[in-house]
Write a protein that binds this ligand. Structure first.
Ligand SMILES: Nc1ncnc2c1ncn2[C@@H]1O[C@H](COP(=O)(O)OP(=O)(O)OP(=O)(O)O)[C@@H](O)[C@H]1O
Ligand code: NI
Length: 273
């Protein structure tokens, strides 16, 4: 569904106000996501994960210099096509909570998102109500962003991204600030979207949250895609991982106690006599 080939992105920065330099923030990154797949992009802060999301959505700063190719449903993802598909076939759950309109109540934010994808009123209101209910936000429907907690604001953004029938959903750190129950709800929703045939790009700095639902994982560092591995490769000593950095990410998890094996496989372990 989405094919990224050797995406390279340079952005200007100003060490002094008169002096412009270019920083390579994404470096020859290639990545493919198929329908029905959850592809996690994992990496430390500053690795270039959010910029990757913006590059796909066509939301980069205008000064950005981009090389490489993006194809979506086999056709080039041009700026005009990105504009046309954004909010429709391409949905983004943004990392920044400031994406919410500060002057609109939660209900309005979700309703507007529904109207943008073609729902008429009152169907748009019903859709907003149902989604707010799903994320236990009914009581927050009349609140403005400054009255929401971080976790509530994030759930409003998720509801907005979910309102349409996107083919590709990019979730940029969707579970930050959520308690474990809410986080599992969000991750389960992403899994359900993939089972419906959507492609999901899950961006996170936390491998732990990605592994239980991801099919494949791309490890990013300093703008480069170091390695793309099946989620199943993150087990044992990480023998199936090819880079030391990916293995280090795996070993860094607290006690490495969980397994990505399905529960049924665990049950087949021979029992001790
Ligand atoms: N608008 C911009 N102009 C210049 N440089 C930028 C801009 N946005 C991001 N960068 C730089 O690009 C690099 C990658 O940023 P990005 O936000 O993609 O990282 P990230 O992997 O999403 O990190 P985090 O996990 O903290 O969200 C960083 O070094 C950042 O300083
Ligand atoms: Ni980010």
């Amino acid at each position: 569904m989405l094919h990224i080939e050797r995406l390279t992105l340079e952005l200007p920065h100003y060490p002094r106000w008169w002096q412009r330099e270019w920083a390579t923030c994404i470096d020859a990154l290639s990545l493919h996501i198929a329908a029905g797949e959850i592809h996690a992009v994992v990496g430390a802060s500053g690795a270039g994960k959010s910029l990757l999301a913006y590059a796909i959505m066509g939301l980069l700063p205008s000064a950005a210099k981009m090389k490489g190719t993006l194809h979506f449903h086999s056709a080039p993802l041009t700026p005009a096509r990105q504009r046309q598909l954004r909010g429709h076939q391409l949905a983004l759950i943004p990392q920044s909570l400031s994406a919410l309109d500060p002057l609109a109540r939660s209900q309005q934010q979700v309703r507007w998102a529904a109207q943008r994808v073609g729902f008429e009123r009152p169907a748009a209101d019903q859709r907003a109500e149902a989604l707010l209910g799903h994320y236990q936000l009914s009581h927050a429907a009349a609140l403005y962003p400054h009255e929401l907690s971080g976790g509530m604001a994030r759930r409003v953004l998720i509801a907005m991204a979910q309102v349409g029938n996107a083919h590709l959903v990019i979730a940029d750190e969707p579970s930050v600030g959520l308690d474990p129950t809410q986080r599992d709800r969000v991750l389960a929703t992403l899994k359900a979207m993939a089972l419906e045939g959507k492609a999901v790009l899950l961006i996170t700095h936390d491998l732990r949250h990605a592994l239980p639902i991801a099919d494949r994982v791309t490890v990013m560092r300093h703008g480069k895609g170091l390695e793309t591995a099946p989620a199943k490769a993150f087990q044992g000593q990480g023998e199936r991982l090819t880079t030391a950095y990916a293995r280090a990410l795996w070993h860094a998890l607290p006690d490495n106690a969980f397994s990505t094996l399905p529960v049924t496989a665990l049950r087949q372990e021979p029992t001790l006599a």
